[in-house]
Design a protein around this ligand. Sequence first.
Ligand SMILES: [Zn+2]
Length: 106
Amino acid sequence: MIELFRERDMTRVGQFQSLLESEGIRTFVRNEYLSVTEASIPVFFPALCILDEKDHARAVELIRAYEADVGNRANENCICPNCGEESPGTFASCWNCGADIPDPGG
Ligand SMILES: [Zn+2]
């Protein structure tokens, strides 16, 4: 068994676990039942482990691809704060009035 990553947020750990399981990689979550309030130091965070070490490289690839996918917001439309028109998320300024569009990521 090899630890893949540790994450405070059990929801994310669960997401990656189902992603890997759906690809036929057998996983195990350590510290699954510790609550976040009890676990204030990283050593107690939920850890996603892989039962078979030879699946490790593939698991890393899958997670990387998944993250890239989730991080890609270029197809989302942004609403112009000035005129209310929708512009593609990749636009830095409104196609209609030229006002700056705030980055959707913050
Ligand atoms: Zn506008």
